[in-house]
Design a protein around this ligand. Structure first.
Ligand code: F3S
Length: 405
């Protein structure tokens, strides 16, 4: 059943000033994207939550919308800089007050205060074939590739406008024709750690760009949820599309014939990619270790700790260890034995993201297990090392980048 609507059927004036502004933005986006139809959405996921990115103009815009705007579909929120209720020690009271104002504006509009880049883990996951208006590139790629839902990579204002109107431009990955795989990619590389799934995404985006791939995993692999998240986050961050298919693994793969492999990705390709994404030199000091990009479910930060590495040791030499997690994760860190740890210099950043958050001023070097985080932290001028999660744990202990990766 065709549920799309022609643009001319939309009202010019909305029920409220905020609704009118949202309608105008959706109309403008339709023009830019060259479509004259909109499609109703089942949910919206909104980015643009860190006061640190929004600035005074962004906050003013949100306050104006919040005065009269209420969302018309279930809507969730991307990470902010930090939850004002759990500020990290290096931020000021002013920082916390401004971040609280941003959250209050979204809350007044009826947006769920999820503050996570993995809304598919904290809310009911979108159904196959449903149309969405999601911002946050990693979540968009999960929705399209792993869940079979349909969304463009919206910006924050476009997702918020869709939340206020209930529909979004009918274009791009909403259409069958744009979901076809275009490049057959045989992957013989081992994909047995999340970081290597991220490296595959980074390699694909850098080398093959925006064409929708159909991967055939032909090497040792049993991707975990964290691994799939890593691939989704990295491929779009490094210039790839917001959709991929994996033969016999992703929900829409069976709808298309298996393409002949046009390119093969080997272990050596991923090792080269890891070297490209690493700035640190052997023996260089590590100021901060970061895991949790994209956000895991609450409690699975445990994967950061290994039985063989006592937490006290993890907290030993790297000045900071930082774990990002959804807003409801709390500030406790759960070791894999189920022990709740709240000590040392290990911090969770519930509801936050280091890419959009102030970090301690003394931090210059960061080790992470996330290819996406590596991209954004490098773009902020940090020197970064990319390593598997267990290696990150060890680096938290030694405080030095190793001689061999
Ligand atoms: Fe999430 Fe921030 Fe990573 S929004 S995907 S933790 S860069």
């Amino acid at each position: 059943m065709d549920r799309t609507l022609p643009l001319f059927a939309l009202p010019v004036i909305g029920d409220t000033p905020a609704h009118t502004r949202a309608l105008h933005l959706i109309t403008a986006l339709c023009r830019v994207r060259r479509t004259d139809r909109v499609v109703p959405v089942a949910s919206a996921h909104i980015s643009g939550v860190s006061y640190w990115n929004l600035g005074p103009a962004g906050l003013e815009y949100l306050d104006e919308l919040a005065a009269t705007g209420r969302v018309r579909v279930p809507s969730t929120l991307n990470p902010c800089a930090f939850m004002p209720s759990a500020p990290p020690p290096w931020v000021t009271e002013d920082d916390a007050r401004l971040q609280a104002r941003v959250l209050a504006a979204y809350e007044a509009m009826g947006v769920t205060m999820s503050c996570t880049c993995a809304p598919y883990l904290t809310q009911p996951a979108p159904l196959f074939g449903t149309h969405l208006a999601w911002a946050e590139s990693s979540a968009v790629t999960v929705a399209n590739s792993l869940l079979g839902a349909r969304t463009e990579r919206e910006g924050g204002p476009g997702a918020l406008a869709a939340a206020l109107c209930g529909f979004t431009p009918y274009t791009g990955l909403h259409l069958d024709a744009n979901r076809r795989p275009r490049v057959g990619v045989r992957v013989t590389a081992r994909l047995d750690e999340p970081v290597r799934m991220g490296l595959l995404g980074a390699w694909y985006g850098r080398v093959l760009g925006n064409a929708v791939p159909q991967f055939l995993f032909d090497g040792p692999c049993e991707p975990t949820r964290t691994g799939w998240q890593a691939l989704c986050a990295a491929i779009i961050t490094y210039g790839g599309p917001a959709l991929f298919h994996v033969v016999e693994r992703t929900p829409e793969a069976a709808a298309f014939p298996t393409l002949p492999a046009q390119v093969t990705v080997s272990d050596a390709d991923l090792d080269d990619e890891a070297a490209r994404l690493t700035d640190l030199q052997p023996g260089e000091g590590v100021d901060l270790v970061f895991s949790g990009c994209p956000h895991p479910v609450a409690g699975t930060q445990a994967c950061f700790f290994h039985r063989d590495v006592p937490v006290a040791e993890v907290a030993g030499n790297a000045p900071w260890t930082l774990l990002a997690a959804p807003a409801d994760a709390g500030t406790s860190v759960h070791a894999d034995a189920g022990t709740s740890v709240q000590a040392g210099r290990i911090l969770t950043l519930p509801g936050g993201c280091p890419a959009v958050s102030p970090l301690p001023p003394e931090v210059k070097t960061i080790v992470t297990d996330s290819a996406k985080a590596a991209f954004y932290l490098r773009s902020r001028g940090y020197r970064v090392g990319l390593a598997p999660t267990q290696r990150c744990v060890e680096l938290g202990s030694t405080g030095r980048w190793p001689h061999a990766t």
